[in-house]
Design a protein around this ligand. Structure first.
Ligand code: FES
Length: 154
């Protein structure tokens, strides 16, 4: 897929009319991530039902058009999927579903994917469930970045 230099129609639609936007009451898992470079922040909340299906999902993002469109898109992609399936969603798929993102905005889609991984991690951890290795690796990377950010702010 060629990399566009402008926002796709779908990205603009998601930005103007974000799906699943807002805070969730009593979520089963919360993922909070920030972008160390631009300072944008995202929260993603999940409610998990029978057979580990994500039955509800919401997000709050303080970020750019690409971050909001990616967040909105990932909630649509993850809703109704099992936790195992949701872990498989990656940022390339989000970008593809949005009809592409400008090259300098690709990193914004990472925020949405990371927030989903963290919300799933939080859910599994709280429920003392086994955490898949790839999720643990992602969680450790995010914690390291968070530490770096804290040090940088000081
Ligand atoms: Fe910060 Fe897009 S510029 S996430």
């Amino acid at each position: 897929m060629p990399i566009p230099t402008f926002y796709s129609k779908k990205s603009i639609q998601h930005f103007n009319n974000p799906k699943n936007y807002g805070k969730m009451k009593n979520p089963d898992g919360i993922g909070k991530v920030g972008n160390i470079v631009c300072g944008d922040v995202m929260w993603l909340y999940i409610k998990v039902g029978k057979n580990d299906v994500i039955k509800d999902i919401k997000f709050q993002t303080y970020g750019c058009l690409a971050a909001i469109a990616s967040s909105s898109m990932i909630t649509e992609m993850a809703k109704g999927k099992t936790i195992k399936e949701a872990i498989e969603i990656n940022r390339q798929e989000i970008v593809k579903e949005l009809g592409g993102l400008p090259a300098i905005k690709i990193h914004c889609s990472v925020l949405a994917a990371d927030a989903l991984y963290e919300a799933i991690f939080d859910y599994l951890f709280k429920n003392k469930r086994e955490i898949p290795k790839e999720l643990l690796v992602k969680h450790k990377r995010l914690k390291k970045e968070e530490e770096l950010e804290k040090r940088y702010k000081k």
